[in-house]
Design a protein. Structure first.
Length: 160
């Protein structure tokens, strides 16, 4: 039997790892359409506040799923939005909730420089969950930390 073929199925019914469905253990993964919805919502919230931002959406593996930078946003906002999303994903918490942990007297004060891929402990990154499972993260950069967090949070309300 082919290892990817379930019992009582034919080879025509078999799937390979390349054909993985948009659900893992019954939980739908973050799709490109979901990511575009999140980008649209975060950018709309930022435009309404007259703030130019960059928005990054990562999948559960930390891979870039979608990115958008307002042409007026500062160039570094692309990097900060991505690092905020990555930090929120890796630690499973909004970056706004992690800031105090990396202060000089915090329990994780060395964490921002301890890894190959730098983390960024500035508000604006939020992990994405569906049915209690981590499916990705969104990061926003370009505004103040409070604005970036608010724009990311606004986007979450549009995640199906």
């Amino acid at each position: 039997m082919n290892p990817t073929t379930a019992p009582n199925t034919t080879a025509a019914d078999a799937t390979t790892t390349a054909d993985v469905p948009a659900a893992v253990a019954g939980v739908a993964v973050l799709t490109t359409a979901d990511a575009e919805t999140l980008l649209d919502a975060a950018c709309a919230a930022a435009r309404a506040a007259e703030v130019a931002v960059s928005v990054t959406v990562l999948d559960a593996g930390g891979h870039l799923l979608a990115f958008r930078r307002d042409e007026r946003a500062v160039l570094i906002s692309g990097e900060t939005s991505t690092r905020k999303a990555y930090t929120a994903l890796q630690l499973g918490a909004p970056t706004a909730d992690l800031v105090d942990l990396v202060k000089p007297d915090g329990p994780f004060h060395t964490l921002p420089t301890a890894l190959d891929r730098p983390l960024l402990f500035i508000a604006g990154g939020i992990p994405l969950h569906r049915e209690g499972r981590l499916i990705g993260a969104i990061g926003v950069g370009g505004g103040t930390p409070d604005q970036d967090h608010a724009f990311a949070a606004a986007a979450l309300r549009h995640l199906p």
